[in-house]
Design a protein around this ligand. Structure first.
Ligand code: FAD
Ligand code: NAP
Length: 314
């Protein structure tokens, strides 16, 4: 196969937008490697109401469905395959596919996202996207004036609980210990917030509901006692895994620089520490973890890639 001008890894909002801008911007040989259906993790969301210009009730799937066709119109090719690794020798990247084959590329835009960890309680998977959420910015507004539960005791859980407390009538924080893994001033703010109730030394036992979604959560404390809390929304913030495995090299090092949390370090143009390699969306440092910002990253990276490839080849 001919050397690709650009290989895009991941077909979420970041990868698809990178595909749109690279192909429409004149690169002719671009493949987007996406292991599943293009669209990304927002496809799991039953409703999105903060994508600019898209009003009314729309599901994540409805939002994303037109994106691949728009890209394909300008020549983007989608290959449905899991990418195991990206390596680089001199100026050339090699994309290692799960089927054992490889393809070379002059540039790479990676947008493999991140995966919120699941806490592992009964009903969590069944009701994910129907009352169980991992995104307060996205879904908090659906519970305006209602009570919700937050699982976790780290910075994310406490900060998101403070955000939810401004929207919801009451927020229960369910944490498995009696001390938090969070900044002291955040803990102070939590304690001072009247509509937050702490349920400590406790873990979720089961989230339950009906075909409309979640109606409550059963929480078990250290003594095994169960408390039943009637809430329509449960937010789990038990940590995040960056999908950075494709950057892992055979010698155990990573292809480019990352921070301690495994997020790829980029500059304002999404350029990584490796020339020709750009990282976009949820996997990069300081990602706002929103569809609109992931799409913006994809556009920024694509515009830079067009210049990079032009300079490399001419
Ligand atoms: P992703 O969307 O995660 O896409 C990454 C893609 O890469 C995936 O399709 C994955 O299959 C693919 N991939 C990963 N590894 C490989 C590999 N090795 N080989 C090939 N393909 C690979 N944001 C909002 O703005 N508003 C909302 O209301 C909102 N609601 C949300 C609700 C839920 C339930 C969730 C989970 C998220 C929500 N978000 C929302 C956040 C939003 O979905 C993300 O910020 C956004 O999707 C990030 O886009 P991305 O392209 O960086 O990554
Ligand atoms: P985290 O620090 O790993 O905290 C995860 C929390 O979830 C912990 O309290 C943990 O309990 C709990 N937990 C984990 N698995 C669980 C399970 N299966 N069931 C119930 N509870 C479970 O994750 P994070 O809060 O997302 O933060 C990640 C990193 O980003 C941290 O370094 C954090 O400091 C940083 N961060 C910083 C800021 C900020 O600086 N403003 C904001 C957000 C995040 P235990 O405590 O018992 O382990």
């Amino acid at each position: 196969m001919a050397i690709l001008d650009c290989a895009i890894i991941g077909g979420g909002p970041a990868g698809l937008t990178a595909g749109l801008y690279t192909t429409r911007g004149g690169l002719e040989n671009v493949i987007m490697f996406e292991k599943g259906m293009p669209g990304g993790q927002i496809m799991n969301s039953s409703e999105i109401e903060n994508y600019p210009g898209v009003t009314g009730e729309i599901s994540g799937m409805d939002l994303m469905t037109p994106w691949p066709a728009q890209c394909q119109k300008f020549g983007l090719i989608h290959e449905m395959v899991n990418i195991l690794r990206i390596s680089k020798t001199d100026d050339l990247f090699t994309i290692h596919k799960e089927d054992g084959s490889t393809v070379d590329a002059h540039s790479v835009i990676i947008g493999t996202g991140s995966s919120p960890r699941r806490a592992g309680f009964a009903g969590e998977d069944e009701f994910f996207g129907r009352g169980v959420s991992t995104c307060a910015t996205c879904d908090g507004f659906f519970y305006k004036g209602k009570e919700v539960a937050v699982i976790g005791g780290g910075d994310t859980a406490l900060e998101e609980a403070l955000h939810l407390a401004k929207i919801c009538s009451k927020v229960y924080i369910i944490h498995r210990r009696d001390t938090f893994r969070s900044a002291p001033n955040t803990i102070e703010r939590i304690k001072k917030t009247e509509n937050i109730e702490l349920i400590l030394n406790s873990v979720p036992d089961e989230v339950y509901g009906d075909n409309m979604g979640v109606t409550g959560i059963k929480v078990k404390d250290n003594n095994g006692d169960i408390r039943d809390i009637k809430v329509p929304g449960v937010f789990t913030f038990v940590g995040n895994d960056v999908n950075n495995q494709v950057l892992l090299q055979e010698d155990g090092s990573f292809l480019c620089d990352m921070n301690e949390a495994g997020q790829v370090i980029v500059d304002i143009s999404m350029k990584t520490s490796v020339a020709g390699l750009y990282a976009t969306g949820d996997m990069r440092i300081e990602a706002p973890k929103q569809v609109v910002s992931a799409a913006g990253d994809g556009a920024v990276a694509a515009l830079r890639v067009i210049s990079y490839v032009d300079e490399l080849l001419n």
